[in-house]
Design a protein around this ligand. Sequence first.
Ligand SMILES: NC(=O)c1ccc[n+]([C@@H]2O[C@H](COP(=O)([O-])OP(=O)(O)OC[C@H]3O[C@@H](n4cnc5c(N)ncnc54)[C@H](O)[C@@H]3O)[C@@H](O)[C@H]2O)c1
Length: 359
Amino acid sequence: MQNQINKIIPAVRMMLSADSLKTVKFFAEGELYEPVKSIESLVVDNSDHVLTELSEKIKSAGKKIEAITIKGFGTLLVADYPKGNGRVEQRIAIVTGGAQGFGAGIVEHLMQNGANVVVADLNAEKGQEFVDELNATKRNNKALFVKTNVADAASVENLIAETVKEFGGLDLFISNAGILRAGSLDEMTPETFELMTKVNYSAYFICAKYASKVLKVQNQWKPDHFTDIIQINSKSGLKGSNKNFAYAGGKFGGIGLTQSFALELMPYRIKVNSVCPGNFFDGPLWADPETGLFVQYLRAGKVPGAKTIDDVKRFYEAQVPAGRGCTPLDVMRAVYYIIEQEYETGQAVPVTGGQNMLN
Ligand SMILES: NC(=O)c1ccc[n+]([C@@H]2O[C@H](COP(=O)([O-])OP(=O)(O)OC[C@H]3O[C@@H](n4cnc5c(N)ncnc54)[C@H](O)[C@@H]3O)[C@@H](O)[C@H]2O)c1
């Protein structure tokens, strides 16, 4: 069933999106109380030729189609809400690790700019609460939470299928989930190294593998439509990080994956890029009052002479030519550049306030 969902629904969405992007919600057979009787609906049998048949019928329909029933499969309801002025209107986006930190900031910006967004995170409580808050604001676009472990292939496959069932396809996959456990060679255990590599490196492969299947189907049915896979990397993916090699190594590897996926996927108009932010000092990783890096560094006496969290923060800010930490808006500006730029792929875009400069 998952195979059919990922093949049929994104194809139909693209057939219906000739002029502007549509979203399509799927109901498996029996899930709708009544069969759709609208005059703008199409009914076809599920056969090997179902897509060719539908393509011909949609082209010759000469009217706006609101529902399609495929016997033995289910019904697709077409949503065509009024287009606003956002930069990602009616696009469908997944943000992994979207429940907090950079991911949550990216989700908010995408929602404000008209996208339908799936928050994919291990933290179900925080993720669902965030999505409920987003959906409480009256708007046409919608957020969905799908509990996901990006390091688990079956979980990511499920994420993609749930996205396709709810919205009809995918235009933007943001691989943002990441973890940080610093440590010297003496401190780092093989188990922690393995976990970091799984979440920060291997998971990016798993996400790209399943996301690209749907993006390829869409390209087949609407060859002029560009889509994106964007990995949130780090400045530590561009320069080594002292006693933080497990993180830096995974992030360096991520750029190798980005460049290689980009070569493989550009023929399908799927662009693959990384964004390499500097430190997000106001995010939970640094600023959490109990577990954040500022409080840890203060307790450990890592910054000579520092007496307060603010002293530690100022010490790190002073290392950035721009004099401040990175914010989700800074990251979003790079994300928009990547989405809107059709003539670039395989890049690692630094957003570091001048802290890292490319050769
Ligand atoms: N915070 C920074 O200073 C900074 C700087 C540069 C790059 N980054 C990168 O930005 C990304 C986000 O970082 P952040 O600081 O916002 O992180 P964060 O710790 O604030 O949030 C990460 C989110 O990912 C989720 N997550 C963790 N493991 C997961 C898994 N296996 N599957 C699904 N979800 C999972 C967590 O539940 C959490 O909601 C990471 O890739 C990180 O490497 C962060």
